[in-house]
Write a new protein. Structure first.
Length: 410
């Protein structure tokens, strides 16, 4: 990134509007200019009381006393566009000063504030020649002053002008680099804020996707199975069919409650009001057995310890997702849920005696396939909690899905 302006670009100081430091510097230099102007006018009137040019000198001094602060105020309060610097105020001030110096050489030292005005308002390629011209005029004016000629009158003005110009250009370029750095920092902060918003949006989408997969999708699948069973037995066994319909209605009501809860990022209904994870898993096993006809047993190993709500919610959702896979893909005759407390970690195992598969072949049921979200959602939940997911399966011998969450990190 180019931080400094090319020599023919906009003024090196840049846009000072609203910068209190720039305003103070401008006020200081304008005050110095008016003081020098007043001193030069006083000297002229004292030494040339009989000069016919006195009205002209007084009039030009008054005009210059108005024009210089006005030009400075315009540059500070109403800066021109960077690619179109405002030249006429500087030209007017310089023209008035040149005529005044030709009439009264003692006004030459007013050139120091004018050098700043030119450097501040004009591009470098125009400001530097102007400074050189002003310096030359100062030298000529000093030589014209009455008295013995002194070499310092020729050497001092160029030295002062060169020093002032060099310091000004250096400080201006430093300020330009600082402004560019600040602009980069502001832009970087905005980009970081936008990235954080995008990441937050993606995280919320992932959360909703997992919740939908583990609750609504499974509930809809259960409703579909129950309604299909009711349809098959409606004519031959109306009582059983009505039972299936009532169960499907209960599943729909529970899904509606779950939807409302995860929209508000609340814990699952089974864990609300002080419910425990082992009680929620036991209720899940009983409900799955009643709704799908697949016998599901629950086992608890070890001594239960209090788990954070996030861990309990994750374990419950993982169990729901694993049972949905068993119901839809495994062709199993039985399944088991086991929650084990092993001291430094909690382990949830969901096992079935179904057809199994070869995990090394990337079976569609494991990788997600057309359905796409079962095991990836489980891994995402565990990754957020520092846990791991393990899938063990052999064709014809069933499958075990194991989720382990370390307790010390919690």
């Amino acid at each position: 990134m180019q931080h400094t302006r090319p020599s023919g670009g906009p003024p090196l100081v840049g846009r000072d509007a609203g910068n209190p430091d720039a305003g103070r510097v401008a006020l200081l230099l304008d005050s110095a200019f008016l003081l020098l102007l007043a001193a030069a006018l006083s000297r002229y009137l004292t030494h040339h009381a009989d000069s016919p040019w006195i009205p002209w000198v007084i009039g030009l001094s008054t005009a210059l006393a108005v024009a210089q602060p006005t030009a400075s105020w315009l540059e500070y309060r109403r800066p021109a566009a960077p690619d179109r610097p405002r030249r006429w105020p500087v030209a007017l001030v310089v023209a008035l000063w040149v005529v005044l110096v030709l009439l009264a050489p003692s006004f030459a030292w007013c050139a120091v504030p004018l050098i700043y005005t030119g450097l501040r308002a004009l591009p470098a390629k125009a400001a530097i020649p102007l400074v050189a011209a002003l310096t030359l005029l100062v030298v000529i004016a000093e030589i014209r002053l009455p008295g013995t000629a002194d070499a310092t009158l020729v050497l001092l003005p160029p030295a002062v002008a060169a020093l002032a110009t060099g310091v000004f250009l250096f400080m201006a370029r430093q300020a330009a680099r600082q402004r560019a750095l600040i602009a980069d920092l502001v832009r970087t902060r905005r980009e970081l804020a936008a990235t954080e918003r995008r990441e937050g949006t993606l995280a919320e989408r992932e959360r909703l996707a997992m919740e939908i997969h583990d609750t609504l999708a499974q509930g809809l699948s259960s409703q579909q199975m129950l309604l299909q069973a009711a349809d098959r037995t409606w004519d031959t066994d109306p009582a059983t069919a009505r039972t299936h319909v009532r169960t499907a209605a209960e599943v729909a009501a529970r899904n509606l409650a779950e939807a409302r809860r995860f929209v508000h990022d609340l814990a699952p209904a089974e864990l609300a009001d002080g419910g425990t994870i082992d009680g929620a898993l036991r209720a899940l096993a009983e409900r799955e057995s009643a709704e799908s006809g697949l016998p599901v047993r629950f086992h608890l190993d070890g001594t239960p310890v209090p788990l954070p709500t996030a861990v309990q919610s994750a374990l419950l959702r993982i169990a729901q997702g694993a049972l949905a896979n068993v119901r839809e893909h495994a062709g199993a005759s039985a399944a088991a849920i086991t929650l084990s407390y092993l001291g430094d970690q909690a382990v949830l195992d969901i096992a079935d005696d179904g057809q199994g598969f070869d995990p090394s072949t990337g079976d569609r049921r494991v990788s997600g396939g057309a359905r796409g979200y079962g095991l990836p959602a489980m891994r995402a939940r565990l990754r957020q909690l520092g846990g791991t997911l393990t899938v063990e399966s052999t064709p014809g011998e069933g499958t075990v899905v194991s989720a382990a969450i370390p307790l010390e990190q919690r």
